[in-house]
Design a protein around this ligand. Structure first.
Ligand code: ADP
Ligand code: MG
Length: 315
């Protein structure tokens, strides 16, 4: 395995032509120069992925590149921002060209699709870790925060939840013989190639009163929204949107996955009941409502139930 120098790595794998008038200066100088349109705010988010901690060591390099970008773009989506630029701080044990080629292919596959430009970064030697900073813009005052939910608002989530959690269990070798191959493939795809909901975040501007992305599990992330908004919520368990893959497993386990597993990168948001008609056109599901009573109450068929975790043997 030929060892390449830092500058060869940057040139060969990360420097691409940039077609964005807002990039006044990209890779190659001491810093990038970026122009935010008048009347907009710069939206910035950073996330680090550490090998063995945020993804299994054996993860395909393409998927690592995709996911490192996707999780950051998801944060911009949750703010209702337009994603524009990213920087990449890459720490590598060695300059393994096969890894770099696949990693950059995965990263640019998503970056090019979303028209996001890589404008800088840092390349160092050490245990494999990736830090992406995503930058975007949003019209002044239009960003979706965690803090705007009001008592009486409806609670929604996009897509389906729990799939990546099922994928993680499958990746760890659990459950393999109980899940149909097509369902397993779907769940693994959800884990490996998360889809940042940028279009949806955009569409929620002016509609959602609060929003965040589900990275650590719906119940936990909803807790952040409740704390920021100083409200409580009632969540109807049977309303949680589940994929066919999750519908195929034991209901109690599906509940636990949908509520507590991370990595789905769906958007969780609130909106007033007056927005129901408008939201019916979007890939979102109403799952509850915001209450004055603090904390999260789980309901089933209109009656309070306990968090469905205890007594579950598959963990
Ligand atoms: P400096 O020493 O001034 O920090 P570097 O030598 O670290 O500059 O980087 C040279 C240029 O390459 C800079 O423009 C930097 O943003 C860019 N760069 C370095 N590593 C990466 C990377 N992994 N991805 C994208 N750009 C990178
Ligand atoms: Mg540097």
């Amino acid at each position: 395995m030929a060892q390449k120098g830092e500058f060869d790595i940057i040139r060969e794998f990360f420097q691409r032509p940039v077609a964005d008038a807002g990039v006044h200066l990209g890779i190659g100088d001491d810093a990038a120069l970026l122009a935010v349109p008048a009347g907009h705010e710069l939206v910035v988010s950073t996330d680090t992925l550490v090998a063995g901690r945020h993804f299994p060591e054996a993860t395909a390099p393409f998927d690592i590149g995709w996911k490192a970008l996707a999780v950051n773009l998801s944060d911009l989506a949750a703010m209702g921002a337009r994603a524009r630029w990213v920087t990449l701080a890459l720490t590598l044990p060695d300059s393994d060209e096969d890894f770099l080629r696949e990693f950059s292919r995965g990263l640019f596959a998503l970056a090019e699709r979303e028209q996001v430009s890589l404008v800088g970064g840092d390349t160092t030697r050490g245990p494999l870790a990736l830090t992406v900073t995503a930058l975007g813009d949003v019209p002044l005052g239009a960003a979706l925060k965690r803090s705007g939910a009001r008592v009486g608002d409806d609670l929604y989530v996009s897509g389906t939840v729990g799939d990546a959690g099922l994928g993680l269990r499958l990746e760890l070798g659990q459950w393999l013989d109980e899940i149909a191959p097509a369902a397993a493939e779907f769940a693994l795809q959800r884990l490996r190639r998360p889809e940042p909901r940028l279009g949806l975040g955009f569409a929620l501007r002016g509609v959602a009163t609060a929003c965040l992305d589900v990275s650590d599990g719906l119940a936990q992330d909803l807790g952040h929204l409740l704390a920021a908004s100083r409200t409580g919520a009632v969540l109807e368990l049977d309303w949680l949107p589940r994929s066919a893959a999750l519908a195929g497993i034991e209901p109690a386990f599906a509940d636990v996955l949908a509520l507590t597993s991370g990595d789905d990168y769906e958007l969780l948001f609130t909106a007033p009941p007056s927005a129901r008609e408008r939201l019916a056109a979007l890939p979102v599901t109403r799952i509850g409502r915001m209450t004055e009573v603090p904390g999260l109450q789980l309901w089933r068929g209109g009656n309070p139930v306990e968090m469905p975790v205890a007594g579950f043997t598959h963990f």
